[in-house]
Write a protein that binds this ligand. Structure first.
Ligand SMILES: [Fe+2]
Ligand SMILES: [Fe+2]
Length: 314
């Protein structure tokens, strides 16, 4: 492999691409207002200083899995300052990079505001539990598994933004509430634009430093974890969400990882050296393994659903 580019060299090389894609983003992004998506007329005071009514589970007919998914999605948005820190540290706050980091942060902040306002107004989840989880989650902070590797961070966010898009979209569906569905579809549209930004950037990196970038992509795909993975009780919630088809391993492989890799044409690149080839082979093997895992998961879920259906008939 030719001498790898340093982080600073890479940042400088990518700067014009950031600027171009920031402008693209600003052209494409539509202004929208969280307050327009929240059914305020359904709201009422809670207990505490205002002497309203305490939350009870009967306040909302939302299913358990919808509650879990909404909480996971919101807590992920809430943890924004920690992501901001991570991205600002890695990408810097100079010129177009800085403009992007701030703009991105403001947009993600809007997501948290909108979802929280909706949840509290409709009494869909326990507000005290939600606040405790938020405190706990934010106190843990966030750090991606590749603290010094800008390319790996770009690869991670390319997949992660698409993953959150899929998760928001499917959460909207399982809420069975057209108001929530509309709000989460709006949020998901933002996540898609974020994905496009990072994906285009990493696409440019693949041209500038193919072997180095290929290695980062492989490492990220092999170790990918959803952003909420350290939320208290996440595992149980993640299983619930997978069974309900909000976010499962099949969707992860086929609807998140595969389309981004396809966009980068990783399996068609002809400019890889031995290190890049090695990374690409590992990636292909891993995708096959992921496919097997997805099949096993689907079989288990089918059986579980058949059992549940049989029980419901009894
Ligand atoms: Fe978001
Ligand atoms: Fe996003």
């Amino acid at each position: 492999m030719s001498t790898p580019l340093s982080q600073t060299q890479m940042l400088l090389e990518l700067e014009p691409v950031v600027e171009e894609n920031l402008n693209r983003h600003l052209r494409m992004a539509k202004e929208w207002f969280p307050h327009e998506y929240v059914p305020w007329s359904e709201g009422r005071d809670f207990d505490g200083p205002l002497g309203g009514e305490a939350w009870t589970v009967e306040d909302s007919s939302m299913s358990d899995v919808a509650r879990s998914a909404l909480i996971v999605n919101l807590l992920t948005e809430d943890n924004l300052p920690s992501y901001h820190h991570e991205i600002a540290t890695l990408f810097g706050r100079e010129a177009a990079w800085g403009d992007w980091v701030h703009r991105w942060t403001a947009e993600e902040g809007r997501h948290g505001i909108a979802i929280r306002d909706y949840l509290l107004t409709t009494r869909a989840v326990d507000p005290a539990e939600l606040e405790r989880l938020r405190m706990q989650h934010m106190s843990t902070g966030y750090s991606n598994g590749h603290p010094d590797d800008m390319l790996a961070s770009l690869a991670y966010v390319s997949f992660q933004e698409l993953a959150t898009r899929v998760s928001h979209r499917n959460t909207g569906k399982v809420t069975d509430d057209p108001v929530a569905d509309q709000l989460l579809a709006r949020v998901a549209a933002d996540e898609n634009l974020h994905m496009v930004f990072y994906r285009n950037l990493l696409g440019a990196a693949l041209e500038i430093a193919p072997d180095q970038t290929m290695r980062s992509i492989t490492d990220v795909v092999k170790t990918f974890q959803m952003p909420g993975a350290d939320i208290a009780g996440f595992q149980r919630k993640a299983v619930e969400m997978a069974i309900a088809g909000v976010y499962d391993i099949r969707q992860h492989r086929d609807d998140v990882v595969a389309p981004v890799l396809r966009y980068w044409k990783v399996f068609e690149l002809e400019n890889l050296g031995p290190e890049g080839e090695q990374a690409r082979t590992e990636l292909a093997d891993f995708l096959e393994e992921l496919d097997k895992q997805a099949l096993r998961f689907e079989e288990k879920r089918d059986k579980l659903q058949a059992r549940m259906a049989a029980r419901a008939e009894r």
